[in-house]
Design a protein. Sequence first.
Length: 384
Amino acid sequence: MFKISLLSISLLTIMAGAAVAPGLGEIARAFPGESQTMIKLILSVPPLFIIPFSILSGILSSCMSKKKLLIAGLVVYIIGGAGAVFADALIPLLVFRAVLGAGTGIILPLSTGLIADFYQGGERIKMLGYSFSANNLGAIIGNLGAGLLALINWHYVFYVYLIAVLVLVLVTLFIKDIPAPQKQVETNSKTALPGPVYSWAVAAFLVMLAFYAIVTNLSLLIYGRNIGDSSFAGILFAINAVSMFVGGFSLKAASQYLNRLLPCCMLLLMAAGYSGLAVSDSKTMLTLSIMIAGFGTGWAYPFIINKASAYAPLGKNIAVMAVVSSFAFLGQFSSPLLLDTLRNLAGGTVAAIFFTLAGCMGLLAVISLTGTFSKNLPNQREEQ
């Protein structure tokens, strides 16, 4: 039950912001006097609070019980998530969403940092892959549940966050605590994180920047090419989540078989998927491209988390995860701003975004392949 309890935390992270998306239309109808921009804040407010509270969680984890910090984060998460059920006006609703973001920020670095604390080598990369799969499983459950509950009443959408109650019970009963010894706290509390941690954090930023290009542009692509409607877009988003789930679940096996070629292969998969998105003119090709891109992303993000955690000083795993998670969410925020600017410079086509991303990934794959043959690089098998 320990592993299940540990992975259950990861169910809650992605669904924090996006779970209520299927019910957004019903919520908009409940507030006819509010602008679309204000309604969209229901989705965008939680991430605004995730970044600062992730950093705070990383700081607090070095001076207090990680289990107590996690339990506190889960309580805040439940209050912010399910509390929105009782909101009858938009401003109170947004306040609850902000509280949800704060709770998510607290538990987010712990969801992967505790894995880095309890596991090493090959077992760590396997668990991080499972964690990313759990992220996407939570998103699938949240979207399906919210869509069904929205048909009854828009307030009920927020009941999906009560899944955190089950996670709270599992954490309380089965998660072991890792109290930091006082000497370790005094020695490491002021220790700066190594430079490579920030390099891998930038990699997380770029992966999420690319991933959110799909989130923000897929519907536009479908409508612009008359390939389908909103229901088909919803199906593709589900396929993308399932593909990332499978990718994360298979990461350990991939790392064993591909060894040093793993970074090159994941980049080539993403490059192929994004190239396909740029040129797709049919549902079949679009679906295949989404599957390939999602599978590559399912390898890439937990791979980055694993690499970053390898550089964590003693007792600093949560702080490292806080930095990487913050950069990843910053990538989400920056994606529409940076990529829409790129689209405007390239002639205003969505295809230009995907072509550019595919080209960058292809170039990085070549660089990675070249580095594979460098004798200075450590053999990944030795880390397992």
